[in-house]
Design a protein. Structure first.
Lengths: 261, 466, 513
């Protein structure tokens, strides 16, 4: 029978405990404990911080993670031998040609309402309706604060702002924090983090991961390629996953980290 | 009758390109995917003929199915095979599945034959037994062709005691041996000294004890017992724990009354240790229920499915007693530690008669524990059973599945529906090691192979032509 | 302007679903502003400064979904919200893992209210499935082709008796209740319905109309053989009858090649009886048919424009003006293309994936540039002996059988077209190459990536060559239309959003002054 539930791999940053169902989607199930989220994801979604890759979704209301085992509504399943280390263990400055190429790719593929407009003013035209115009204004205000060095205030202005289940601003800030961390600017990364005051647990998951210098396997693959100077359009696309807006906003924030001094 | 499509919420069933279903879903349209597969055989001319006679075929199938549903199988007595089984002779060995010659037999079956010959004292050593079996003096015929059924290798020889089950509604009988237990046993091809000794004990001790108990009880209603077992988590093919418990409960007082304490104790202990003791009775009961459905004109109801570890065979009502066969497949199983698919013997045993009767894999929704054991989820068990409704002619009147609101199990496999939909009956089964005498190495689900149904379809169409 | 809002607490919808709901609301005419957003503090500020704030939203929090609509009147606002509600409910059902069934019958038994079966299996089996669906009281769309004619007739007769629509066989495009079925584009919803046997014709019509600012109520494909007398336009007539009582439809368009005699009579009679204005395009029909409520059009653009005018209550003057202005705005570009030509540049080569576009181009161009060779020519004497060996002026339909046997359709797979683009571009006598790129569901998802290199090389190979691409689609389609057009222009291709204008431009560039 091919339909058996199997654990394929899990992230090493996951802590033991009981987690309750938060939300479920066609490719992922999220479980929360306090302000932490653990996600069961299908193989198409990446290994990543807080993720357990499974052969199919469980439908469980409650999961318990203990050493070596995960219980789905009480039924035990052995954890896989394969595990994922979410930490980016190298430093990387995004500048010059590497930055330019990524910026170009982002502009080419990002959906209309993503924050990629910060790299090309013509994109502001996508924000056409009155509501969207106001949204754009507020976003630009936040960006300007960041550019002027008012890091916490800029982060506060962007946190919770924008479209999507995880608002664009939150994804942007998560990318920004990661970019700052891996270029060694830890103090700045902290200042961004303290400015974030969202209550959205899934946003919080992303922000906390970035703050620890963690990222998904697909994003790490993209970073490796950047570091080695190899051509990386496919890895870029995989890392950003242009289906929804989160990836583009995260990448915009990540690239923006090199514009902050 | 106005067409209200434009005023209603659009709800689509998609048959074909997956991209279309995805496009609909990404636009939030309620979409069901009909998993379509083309017929497994038949050109358009043959299907036209079938379609033109479909009314008669369906009526015939209802008639055949009604016979199955009306069955009244009772365990009424026991006896030695030579005395009870029609056509039994000293040099005849019955086996599971369709006809097969010695040289084509799989490992477990050969081992079981060797064991039987030693048990019958027709050979002293395995080497002698092999020579005898290959020599030509020993005849091999299917259990089914002698009103019998046997699990796994299904070997029955003259001295073996058998249960006798009578279908009181139509007066036909069926027979099966007593289940030996698990591990190294004859039906898995083992023929060591312990195996033979155990068979002897069953003949000399267990059989008389059970025989007296059954006589004292008069008869045991197997249909009712099976129906109750279904309510208790059995599907009576791969899971027989409840059936065995119910049988034990029924027999125990009678055994104690009619036998001395020591024997009674040993026999009860023997049954207690074997969760599958009920299997042979659920098989015999199923055969007794299905046999009267044979020979109904124009009926495409399948009344036998059986395997011998080499071939898979079926018999169809309108096509009488002819076997239609194809190669048996290796089950997709969850293997016990240390074993894998390369160790497995192909599908073997007459136990598929339970599925043919609307039990076993067809009733798996009543036994979610089995599905977990073979790697699926409880939800999967529902899907398996649900699928089988598309290829059967009736819902059972007595075997009901509690978790599906007591819906009757899918009963009466329709050859035409199988050919049309390509949905193959599936069987949940144990898997034997391909070498004799090792025993069970796993359990899983196997879909019946297409060839027997394709052959039967051709013959059925030819019959309709006349 | 009234504002209406919904707040959904504690439910999670993924970003794509939220975007879809936003798109849906925005596409409803009469809606001037909207927000579909998580009710965080910052987002609520924006909602407030946009005049969309209500008490309900004020009280909502970070994990709540807020939907706000501002519209011309209460009714529109309410119905926009109702649409959103429907999508919120629908999405939940669809997300509960794929719903499957073993057959159409089993689907009907297991799920209540199924009202349409979309069949795209091999033609051998399609009819049986369609009969099954009709038995279960579902309307049917048959995408499959190679279904025997007798079966089509039997199906349509049964459908007519049961008052169920049989759309097809060989029906590529439908839009029912706003949902794209088969190869279809995401267009605005509105009050124009379109009916006909041409899938790509319906696609282009619906896109042109949507891009003009109009909208589609229903698009009903009838299958390519419906207008033949063997079938007698059963589905076309049935669709017209249904549209009479559809409150959302004010204008009906018929997009077709010329029906055969009996079918034409039935169609015109049914069109008359609708009591609503009907724009009829019978591509290639010489007779003048405008009479009563029937307005004839000669090409897809005219059909879209006339429908638009009727739907907005404007006069047909707009039609003439728009076409005129469009032509004027192309004149500079046409001039500069003509200036590139040398003494060898002579011929036009059209490589189309949509048969209707090819036919339309041939009809438009023959009076301007002379006879056009084709595998679907206007007269026998211009039939190409070998469809792949183009001569003089040639326009071919790559969707015809000789090209598609054993291959995926050219709307999805560009390999054959790319080959032909390269080979034609290398010929000095080819002056203008005309291609169509059809976007939308079912079509090639990355047309730019697929074509870019081939087109770049073609333009480089022959500096005197003009490549014109007609892109059929809207900005809401899954492919990124805006970028496609921009990038095509950057390569040097003339990228237009209109097949008629593309053919016009081609003619102007080819013709001698």
């Amino acid at each position: 029978m091919k339909n058996g539930f199997k654990i394929i791999s899990f992230s090493r940053d996951i802590r033991p405990g009981v987690y309750f169902l938060h939300s479920s989607f066609s490719k992922a199930e999220n479980y929360f404990r306090g302000r932490n989220i653990v996600s069961l994801v299908l193989p198409g979604v990446s290994d990543g911080p807080g993720n357990i890759v499974v052969s199919r979704l469980s439908g469980a209301k409650e999961i318990k993670i203990s050493n070596g085992c995960i219980y789905l509504d009480g039924r035990p399943h052995k954890l896989s031998d394969k595990s994922y280390d979410p930490a980016v263990n190298f430093l990387l400055k995004i500048e010059g040609e590497k930055f330019d190429e990524s910026r170009r790719n982002l502009l080419k593929y990002a959906p209309p309402l993503s924050m990629a407009f910060i790299f090309d003013g013509r994109r502001e035209a996508f924000f056409s309706a009155p509501f969207l115009k106001n949204m754009l204004s507020a976003m630009k205000n936040g960006i300007n604060l960041l550019k002027k060095g008012k890091i916490s205030r800029g982060a506060a202005a962007l946190s919770g702002l924008g479209h999507g289940l995880t608002p664009s601003g939150d994804d942007f800030l998560a990318g920004l924090i990661l970019g700052l961390k891996i270029s060694g600017r830890n103090k700045k990364a902290e200042r961004v983090f303290t400015g974030c005051k969202t209550e959205n647990l899934i946003s919080i998951k992303g922000l906390k991961s970035s703050r620890k210098g963690f990222c998904t396997a697909k994003f790490k693959s993209f970073l490796f390629a950047l570091k080695l100077g190899k051509p990386h359009l496919k890895k870029f696309k995989d890392a950003v996953e242009f289906g929804s807006t989160s990836g583009s906003d995260f990448m915009a924030g990540f690239l923006f980290s090199s514009c902050l001094y | 009758m106005k067409n209200k499509l434009f005023e209603s919420r659009l709800k689509v069933v998609n048959a074909g390109l997956e991209a279309f279903a995805e496009a609909l879903e990404s636009n939030s349209v309620f979409t069901v995917r009909a998993i379509f597969s083309p017929p497994i055989c038949g050109d358009s001319w043959q299907w036209s003929l079938i379609n033109s006679k479909i009314g008669e075929i369906n009526r015939a199938n209802q008639k055949a199915a009604e016979r199955v549903l009306a069955a009244q199988p009772f365990l009424t007595s026991m006896g030695k095979a030579i005395d009870m089984v029609p056509g039994m002779r000293k040099n005849l060995i019955l086996h599971a599945g369709p006809p097969v010659t010695w040289d084509r037999m799989c490992g477990p079956m050969k081992g079981a034959v060797i064991g039987a010959l030693i048990y019958e004292k027709m050979a002293e050593t395995p080497a002698e037994a092999e020579k005898l079996a290959a020599g030509g003096r020993i005849k091999f015929e299917p259990c089914h062709d002698h009103c019998c059924v046997g699990p796994m290798a299904g070997i029955i020889s003259a001295s073996m005691p058998v249960f006798a089950v009578k279908n009181k509604k139509f007066g036909n009988w069926s027979y099966a041996t007593m289940n030996e237990g698990l591990g190294k046993v004859l039906r898995y091809g083992a023929y060591s000294k312990d195996v033979i000794e155990r068979l002897k004990w069953m003949e000399n001790v267990l059989y008389p004890v059970l025989h007296r108990a059954i006589k004292a009880l008069g008869e045991i209603d197997l249909k009712a017992m099976t129906a109750q077992a279904l309510h208790m988590g059995d599907e009576v093919h791969n899971r027989n724990r409840a059936g065995t418990s119910l049988l034990y409960r029924t027999l125990a007082p009678a055994i104690i009354k009619t036998s001395n304490p020591a024997e009674a104790c040993d026999c009860l202990e023997f049954i207690n240790r074997n969760d599958h003791f009920y299997l042979n009775l659920s098989m015999a009961m199923s055969k007794a229920s299905l046999d009267p459905a044979a020979g109904v004109k124009n009926s495409s109801l399948v009344y036998i499915m059986a395997r011998n570890g080499t071939d898979f065979g079926i018999k169809v009502s309108a096509l009488g007693s002819k076997w239609f066969t194809g190669p048996a497949l290796i089950p997709d199983a969850l293997f016990f530690a240390g074993y894998s698919k390369k160790d497995a013997a192909p599908d073997i045993g007459d136990s598929a008669i339970t599925e043919t009767n609307g039990l076993g894999g067809f009733a798996i929704a009543a036994a979610p524990a089995i599905v977990q054991f073979v790697g699926g989820s409880a939800g999967d068990s529902f899907n398996y059973t649900k699928k089988m409704y598309s290829i059967t002619c009736a819902e059972n009147n007595v075997y009901k599945i509690p978790a599906m609101d007591f819906k009757g199990t899918p009963t009466g496999i329709d050859l035409i529906k199988v050919a049309k939909t390509g949905i193959m009956p599936f069987i949940d089964t144990g898997v034997a090691h391909k070498d004799p005498g090792v025993g069970q190495v796993g359990a899983g689900v196997v879909a019946a192979p297409k060839e027997p149904f394709q052959e039967a379809f051709k013959a059925f169409v030819n019959l309709l032509k006349r | 302007m009234p504002v209406k809002t919904i707040v959904r607490k504690g439910v999670y919808f993924d970003s794509i679903s939220l975007m879809r709901i936003a798109e849906k609301i925005n596409s409803i005419s009469g809606v001037s502003d909207s927000a579909v957003i998580m009710a965080t503090k910052e987002n609520k500020n924006i909602i407030s400064s946009s005049g969309l704030l209500t008490e309900e939203i004020k009280k909502a929090s970070d994990n709540d979904l807020a939907i706000a609509v501002k519209a011309d009147d209460e009714k529109t606002a309410a119905s926009a919200l109702a649409e959103a509600e429907k999508m919120l409910a629908g999405k939940k059902e669809a997300a509960s893992s794929n719903l499957t069934a073993q057959s159409i019958s089993q689907a009907a038994e297991s799920y209540e209210g199924l009202n349409l079966a979309l069949i795209s299996v091999n033609g051998k089996y399609a009819a049986d499935l369609a009969f099954e669906a009709l038995e279960k009281n579902m309307n049917v769309m048959i995408f499959s082709d190679n279904v025997p004619l007798e079966k089509e007739l039997a199906l349509k007769k049964l459908g007519a008796r049961k008052n169920l629509l049989v759309m097809g066989p060989d029906c590529g495009t439908c839009i029912i209740n706003g949902a794209p079925l088969g190869f279809a584009n995401k267009v605005n919803s509105g009050n124009v319905a379109v009916v006909g046997p041409s899938g790509t014709g319906i696609q282009e019509f619906s896109c042109l109309l949507s891009n003009l600012g109009g909208g589609i109520s229903q698009a009903i494909g009838t299958g390519t053989r419906d207008v033949k007398d063997d079938i007698g336009a059963i589905t076309t007539v049935q669709a017209l009858e249904m549209l009479v009582s559809d409150a959302k439809t004010s204008v009906i368009a018929i997009i077709s090649k010329p029906p055969q005699k009996k079918s034409m009579a039935r169609i015109l009679s049914a069109a008359n009886k609708t009591g609503k204005p009907v724009v009829a395009l019978f591509l290639g029909e010489e007779k003048e048919l405008t009479a009563g409520n029937i307005h004839q059009a000669k090409n897809l653009y005219e059909a879209a424009l006339k429908s638009y005018c009727l739907s907005k209550g404007e006069s047909f003057n707009f039609v003439r003006e728009k076409i005129y202005n469009d032509k004027i705005s192309l004149s500079e570009r046409i001039k500069s293309e003509k200036a590139k030509k040398n003494k060898d540049s002579k011929y036009l080569r059209g490589l189309f994936s949509g048969g209707t576009f090819a036919s339309q181009a041939i009809r438009l161009l023959e009076p301007v540039i002379g006879g056009v060779y084709s595998n679907i020519p206007s007269s026998e004497k211009f039939k190409l002996k070998n469809s792949m060996k183009l001569e003089k002026h040639s326009i071919i339909d790559l969707g015809e059988d000789e090209f598609t046997f054993g291959r995926p359709h050219p709307m999805i797979d560009y390999s054959l077209r790319k080959k032909m683009i390269s080979s034609e571009a290398s010929k000095k006598e080819v002056s203008v190459m005309l291609i169509d790129i059809v976007l939308g569901y079912g079509s090639n998802m990355s047309p730019l990536a697929d074509l870019k290199e081939t087109l770049e090389k073609a333009v480089k190979a022959n500096p005197a060559l003009t490549v014109i691409a007609a892109v059929t689609g809207t900005d809401m389609d899954p492919q990124n239309r805006r970028y496609l057009i921009e990038e095509l222009e950057k390569i040097g291709v003339m990228a237009l959003d209109n097949n008629y204008m593309a053919a016009f431009a081609a003619g102007e560039i080819i013709r001698d002054k």
